[in-house]
Design a protein. Structure first.
Ligand code: FES
Length: 82
């Protein structure tokens, strides 16, 4: 096990976030959670637009993630940029 793999294995949060959600496009949970939080995403289509996740066979997993995350507005600066 190399040093980076050992570090990932030692941190449960890093391990959780590294879990693949979209296997077709190799997008992990952390990337999707960050996009949802940063942009206030509420749909699979919006997640698709902000990440590489395709939302085909992983659509249900993305819906589950969206359902577990609190809905929040993106920072005003981001809203202005979109
Ligand atoms: S896992 Fe197949 S489209 Fe995401």
């Amino acid at each position: 096990m190399d040093a980076q793999a050992a570090e990932v294995a030692a941190d449960p949060e890093t391990t959780r976030r590294a879990k693949k959600v979209c296997f077709c496009k190799e997008v992990d949970l952390g990337t999707i959670e960050d996009a949802i939080r940063s942009h206030g995403l509420t749909s699979v289509e919006a997640v698709r637009q902000h990440t590489n996740a395709f939302g085909g066979c992983c659509k249900r997993r993305i819906e589950d993630i969206l359902a577990t995350m609190p809905v929040s507005s993106p920072p005003a600066m981001l809203q202005a940029a979109e």
